[in-house]
Design a protein around this ligand. Structure first.
Ligand SMILES: [Zn+2]
Ligand SMILES: [Zn+2]
Length: 356
């Protein structure tokens, strides 16, 4: 099934022609739980990885054997998905209670190489906003699922570009770490339904005149709707239940409030390309270490494919009441958003991560 983002509720560039200079395309990946094949673009699916090539490993020194068993994380999600809309049975309760984090892989020492977790595989034939270094048409994304790396103590992301036609025999089975530091570092295998959309730059990075014009327009809309209760803010929710409660509250209020940030600017969820949102911090410089130019987001990992503030982005084929359409991947990094930035002119220069 394809996924179709509804047209924006108003034509932003007709209202504000200066926005045309702040337009970029993004490809929403629309991940949905499934069983992707190695040749497909996917989240957490098998990779087109050459049988003879070593799998990437984390060589940083940190505890690697204590955490959540990946098999537990997947089983828990399977049980909860199957029980959506009803109470858990006593048997299901007992099963979930038995899945505690702990020293599940005591044989792993801190300095042992740890296989990285396959997070995403993206092919340029599927993802129009994906542009790789010369001739590469396949991006493979890994991370070490322990939030202990670097000064900001985050997951460690590794990118591998290659040419799909060079892969030959595919490695099977494919390694993975036995445990993850946090269950929300483990993506659920998903098939993708890529769709290209237009984004406009984050409000705080537009020129002052444009920001003022947009603020005036939004105020005018509010005046027309003076008894509006408003939708919940775009902040992430910690659980699906909190999200569902916020959605219900939003539906009880005025359903049709429009604003730039929610409806005309940035698409939610997993995507390639587009712009970065800085709604929790001031915009931070993300400059290429080679040329100094701002590095745009290559990949955005967004927990919520839609939320109370981005209801207008819910694909026509989906319901905002379906957990598999709202939080299909189960990954929660930062406060809901993690981005991998690369320089289009220097794709082999080190990438940078930013969080919101
Ligand atoms: Zn690591
Ligand atoms: Zn550069």
């Amino acid at each position: 099934m394809t996924r179709t983002t509804p047209p924006r509720p108003v034509d932003a560039e007709a209202l504000f022609p200066a926005l045309a200079a702040h337009r970029r395309t993004a490809t929403r990946l629309h991940p949905r739980p499934g069983a992707p094949e190695a040749a497909e673009s996917s989240v957490a699916g098998p990779l087109l990885w050459p049988a003879g090539e070593p799998w990437p490993v984390c060589t940083a020194v940190h505890p690697k054997g204590t955490g959540h068993l990946l098999s537990d994380v997947r089983e828990r999600r399977r049980v909860l998905a199957a029980a959506h809309g009803r109470d858990l049975t006593p048997g299901e309760h007992r099963l979930l209670d038995g899945m505690a984090p702990g020293p599940h892989a005591p044989h792993l020492d801190d300095a042992d190489p740890l296989p990285l977790l396959a997070v995403a595989q993206l092919r340029t034939r599927d993802v129009p906003d994906l542009a790789g270094p010369g001739g590469c048409d396949l991006l493979q994304v890994f991370w070490c699922p322990f939030e202990v790396h670097g000064p900001d103590r985050t997951i460690d992301v590794v990118l591998r570009w290659r040419r799909a036609e060079d892969v030959g025999a595919v490695l099977a089975p494919q390694p993975e770490p036995p445990v993850a530091g946090r269950a929300e570092c483990v993506p659920t295998p998903c098939v993708l339904h890529p769709e290209r959309v237009v984004e406009h730059e984050y409000l705080g990075l537009l020129g002052e005149d444009l920001q003022e014009a947009i603020a005036d327009w939004e105020e005018g809309l509010l005046d027309e709707d003076d008894d509006d209760d408003g939708a919940p803010s775009g902040a992430g929710w910690a659980t699906y239940e909190e999200y569902a409660a916020a959605m219900e509250a939003a539906r009880a209020g005025e359903p049709d409030e429009i604003d730039y940030m929610s409806d005309l600017s940035l698409a939610p969820g997993w995507k390639v390309g587009g712009y970065a949102s800085w709604h929790l911090t001031d915009p931070a410089p993300v400059d290429c270490p080679r040329c100094g130019k701002t590095m745009p987001p290559l990949l955005t990992v967004g927990t919520w494919e839609c939320d109370g503030a981005s209801r207008s982005w819910v694909p026509a084929e989906d319901s905002p009441d379906d957990p598999a359409a709202v939080d299909p991947v189960g990954v929660y990094l930062g406060r809901g958003l993690m981005r991998v930035h690369t320089c289009p002119d220097h794709p082999d220069a080190p990438h940078r991560l930013t969080f919101q």
